[in-house]
Design a protein around this ligand. Structure first.
Ligand SMILES: Cc1cc2nc3c(=O)[nH]c(=O)nc-3n(C[C@H](O)[C@H](O)[C@H](O)COP(=O)(O)OP(=O)(O)OC[C@H]3O[C@@H](n4cnc5c(N)ncnc54)[C@H](O)[C@@H]3O)c2cc1C
Length: 412
């Protein structure tokens, strides 16, 4: 029987284990941290990824612990409405879109893995430090956190690097010239318990990066007082920063609050909400240049390890989930291991490369840039005088097509 060694118990690694299990392929996950904790803030699971999680029987758990997104509304920094994009089932899709805490999604996946594959399927406290391949197998070498002098060696048929943006597997396959690339944009993120706004399931984008842009959406259902956990982020061009891609770096209010201080709209007082945050993270937005190759014999990459991308457009988790499903199907087919990995790369590398480039150049909120440029950052009388609805739809749909969540692609 094929044994798949999965490095990293993030969203991609856990989904891969679940999909492989559903197709009868054995796997084991090795995770560096001693205990998997609920880390990060909010993310969106777009319909293309939700379709796969629904097929894995996870929709009920996700729906219970998240908000089903109804729409995305775009505003300028004066709070003037530009465009509404209905999402998921509210936009006529067969599949929903959910806004959820990253840590909650990870816990749902982890629990499903433990229930279906058993406790022994997830080995924590094992940090991959090296790997070796022969013609017949791959050897993974781990360091145990508490005892850095001892190493553990494990054999498998294939090894999949799902070890995130700082992937060791990627470094082993591509040791040279693969630095983090800083976008010039830094974002501050956090969550605040706050009264629900608009539909209670609306994601908002307001402003633009020159002066400050805010994104906010609820990730928990309303409590008895009508308060929801709101995920927010504030970002702008910030050339002096250095991008290190540390998801856990604390941030400070004084470094960014001025950029959204005037965004007090009658349906949401953004600065007041941000000032009440439980905590703040700072994340200089980084990615890496797409690789020309992910696979070397019995080893390949998946998720952020394969294609780290700017966290824009809700695609980091989604593309990792799509990778996992494609790879699991190939590994469960009759083809040889190496061929399965090559076929997976052939399908997924070009698609995700396009998303990496789109996130750099034409992200989903390119609508805001267009309006910012055309109005010279001034309030408008009628949005129709600035940009027609058809054009706005075209911009929004262009990104959906590149990222593979346009309705036509999902109907096939
Ligand atoms: C702590 C954390 C917080 C995050 N917060 C956010 C957020 O708030 N918003 C957002 O958009 N995205 C966030 N992300 C990134 C987001 O999870 C990914 O972009 C996306 O889900 C793709 O997932 P992935 O499985 O490829 O990588 P990740 O989710 O990053 O998972 C990688 C896993 O590999 C493990 N790992 C790393 N190196 C090794 C090694 N050498 N050996 C064994 N295991 C290893 C890591 O501990 C981690 O569990 C966060 C990631 C992490 C790790």
């Amino acid at each position: 029987m094929k044994v798949v060694l999965i490095i990293g118990a993030g969203i991609g690694g856990l989904t891969l284990a679940l999909k492989l299990h559903s197709l009868g392929v054995a796997s084991r996950i090795y995770e560096a941290v001693p205990k998997i904790k609920s880390l990060g803030v909010g993310i969106n699971i777009l319909p293309h990824a939700m379709r796969e999680l629904c097929h894995l029987g996870l929709e009920q758990d996700i729906a219970l612990n998240s908000v089903e997104t109804q729409e995305v509304q775009f505003f300028n920094r004066f709070g003037q409405h530009i465009f509404t994009d209905n999402r998921g089932r509210f936009g006529g899709y067969e599949w929903p879109q959910y806004s959820i805490h990253r840590g909650v999604l990870q816990s749902i996946l982890l629990e499903a893995v433990i229930q279906r594959l058993g406790h022994e399927a997830v080995v924590t406290n094992h940090r991959l430090i090296d790997l070796k391949q022969t013609e017949t197998e791959v050897q993974a070498i781990f360091e145990i956190a508490a005892d850095k002098t001892s190493q553990v060696k494990v054999l498998g048929d294939v090894l999949i690097g799902c070890d995130g943006i700082h992937s060791t597997v990627r470094r082993k396959l591509n040791p040279k010239n693969d630095p983090l690339v800083y976008s010039g944009i830094t974002m501050w993120r956090g969550v605040t318990k706050w009264p629900g706004f608009l539909t209670g399931a609306t994601m908002i984008y307001a402003g633009w990066l020159q002066t400050g842009k805010v994104i906010a959406y609820p990730i928990e259902k309303a409590d008895v007082d009508g308060n929801q956990l709101i995920n927010w982020l504030c970002e702008f061009y910030c050339s002096s920063q250095k991008g290190e891609g540390d998801w856990g770096k604390p941030g400070e209010l004084k470094d960014f609050i001025w950029s959204c201080d005037e965004m007090n709209f009658n349906w949401l007082d953004i600065p007041a909400m941000i000032k009440r945050a439980e905590f703040i993270f700072e994340y200089p937005m980084v990615d890496r240049n797409p690789l020309a190759k992910w696979t070397k014999e019995r080893v390949t990459l998946l998720g952020d390890a394969a294609h780290p991308m700017y966290p824009r457009g809700s695609n980091g988790a989604g593309q990792a989930i799509l990778d996992a499903v494609d790879l699991a199907k190939r590994l469960s087919s009759k083809v040889m291991h190496q061929e399965a990995l090559e076929l997976y790369e052939h399908e997924r590398r070009p698609r995700t490369t396009e998303v990496v480039h789109a996130n750099r150049t034409v992200p989903p909120d390119a609508i805001l840039k267009e309006v910012y440029d055309r109005t010279g950052d001034k309030p408008f009388d009628e949005i129709e005088d600035i940009i027609k609805r058809d054009e706005l739809e075209l911009i929004a749909n262009n990104y959906k097509t590149i990222a593979g969540f346009d309705r036509t692609s999902l109907e096939t």
